[in-house]
Design a protein around this ligand. Sequence first.
Ligand code: PMM
Length: 295
Amino acid sequence: MTAPERAERARPAGLPEPGRCLVMGVVNVTPDSFSDGGAWLDPDVAMCHGLRLAAEGADIVDVGGESTRPGAGRVDRDEELRRVLPVISGLAAAGVLVSVDTTRAGVAERALGAGARMVNDVSGGLADPRMARVVAGAGVPYVVMHWRGYSRDMQDRAVYGDVVREVGDELRRQVDAVTAAGVDESAIIVDPGIGFAKLPQHNWALLARLGEISRLGGARPFPVLVGASRKSFLGTLLRGAGGEPRPVGEREGATVAVSALAAAAGAWCVRVHAVAANADAVRVAARWASAGSGG
Ligand code: PMM
């Protein structure tokens, strides 16, 4: 994405505009997420973790109660609510800008009632036909992620000819559907869904061509969110001599590199587990870009 394209990009209302890529810190209130499963299941511990992420520089803290790791099953709605609501209300009361990571309209609705100010829907409106109406009614920013189905068997659907074109076309249809249901286009953030029905080569192609994802074939670029933190394609890239993938806990350097490169390529936000180093990375990218334009 070029600098003029970045400038004409839509800016979702109600979110900070610090003149750099935003940082979204992740709090998974789940027993089974691939990256941090079980670490933040207790609401008080989860809330402390969210406060720490905000103190380390997270502009947004994303709270989710359902794991989306490849192969994961569903949690029921009541359990999802039980996990996320106390954490969201605690963080919101402390002044943290909270997004709720859910595919369920009912959970989004209750989370917004508890103080969340943004909805992050990894199904991009496809899982729950009521989601777009809930988001439209609340008038909050909405992350629409590329999605080909639930986690249990999503990797079976990682079949593409031209991944960037197909993800772009499918995401365009998702965006058109949620705007037809009433969501204001200026509230939409798009996300290529790194790791969701994608093989490593698909993830790399999408990261390398974020500008095309941002445009979605239209005139006005959408803000793009990139969620690559600690994901398995990084473990695959950094395989050891015996071919074993780099363990999840040792993918932080690669995550920070992706954040810097995504920010330099015009990403609007990176979604990460360890905030401090990624917050530094996006500041480096912003300073680099401003020096390049004479600043
Ligand atoms: N990835 C995960 C969960 N939520 N939301 C968005 N918008 N984009 C992502 O790439 C994304 C997401 C899975 O990662 P996690 O289990 O570490 O949270």
